[in-house]
Design a protein around this ligand. Structure first.
Ligand code: R1P
Ligand code: URA
Length: 243
């Protein structure tokens, strides 16, 4: 599966071996920088193409990478394809922000996305009309993250989330998603889980609620970059579990 060495990765300017087996994948490249600078040791920057920062370092003595993926499934899919095909990445844990939808989801809660519904065309374009693929997290990763959070004393919500094709969409019936138990909304997880199935890597989305779809409360851009430490701790503990 890994590409020949002479074939260049288009959007990642790294060398073979620069990435660890496990990559944390925030949308925001500045969150990648924050994680590398505050949670990893012996850090090396491995990508700066398009300012989509990527780093590899150590967490508790184990190699872990973190890579910014940009916003939405199309941008994220570019980084995932290259991480898996050119750099042999085996596990991807998305660390993202999301809008809270369910009534019992509060600002700064952590959600483990067991599955991801979507209005993106990626699943239909993959399977053709009439078949609606259900993108799911890797169960072992989900189970590990759930128990890592418990051990850290962090409450998590586990369930279905909605990966939206558009951030700004006033045509969507969010109340219906709430009625059907969707926990929150972001813009990548369905594409991440679909690609995990296609390319045979393990995937999980760990999300922090940055705003409420049915409320006024929201975090600032700086908080979205820097204050999601619960999600980061859970994801790093999951990344090294069993190693
Ligand atoms: O905080 P990140 O990981 O970028 O995730 C969420 O934030 C962006 C929208 O503001 C989208 O990428 C959405 O999925
Ligand atoms: O995609 C996103 C991310 C955060 N909040 C939202 O409402 N949507």
């Amino acid at each position: 599966m890994i590409k020949e060495e002479h074939e260049m990765s288009t959007h990642i300017g790294a060398q073979m071996g620069d990435y660890a087996d496990t990559v944390l994948l925030p949308g925001d490249p500045l969150r990648a920088k924050y994680i590398a600078e505050n949670f990893l040791e012996n850090v090396k920057q491995v990508n700066s193409v398009r300012n989509a920062f990527g780093y590899t370092g150590e967490y508790k003595g184990h190699r872990v990478s973190v890579q910014g993926s940009g916003m939405g499934i199309p941008s994220m899919s570019i980084y995932i394809n290259e991480l898996v095909k050119f750099f042999g990445v085996k596990t991807i844990i998305r660390v993202g922000s999301c809008g809270g939808i369910a009534p019992d989801v509060h600002l700064r809660d952590v959600i483990l996305a067991q599955g991801s519904s979507t209005d993106s065309a990626v699943t239909v374009n993959t399977f053709g009309p009439g078949f609606h693929y259900a993108p799911l997290a890797d169960f072992k990763l989900l189970d590990t993250a759930y128990h890592a959070a418990e051990k850290l004393g962090i409450d998590t919500k586990v369930g279905d989330i909605f990966a939206a094709d558009r951030f700004y969409n006033d045509e969507l019936d969010m109340q219906k998603l709430r009625d059907y138990g969707i926990l929150g909304t972001e813009m990548e997880s369905a594409g991440l889980y679909l690609l995990a199935a296609k390319l045979h890597f393990r995937a999980l989305s760990v999300l922090t609620v940055s705003d409420l779809i049915f409320g006024e409360e929201k975090t600032t851009a700086e908080e979205r970059e820097k204050t999601f430490n619960d999600m980061i701790n859970i994801s790093l503990e999951t990344a090294i579990a069993g190693k």
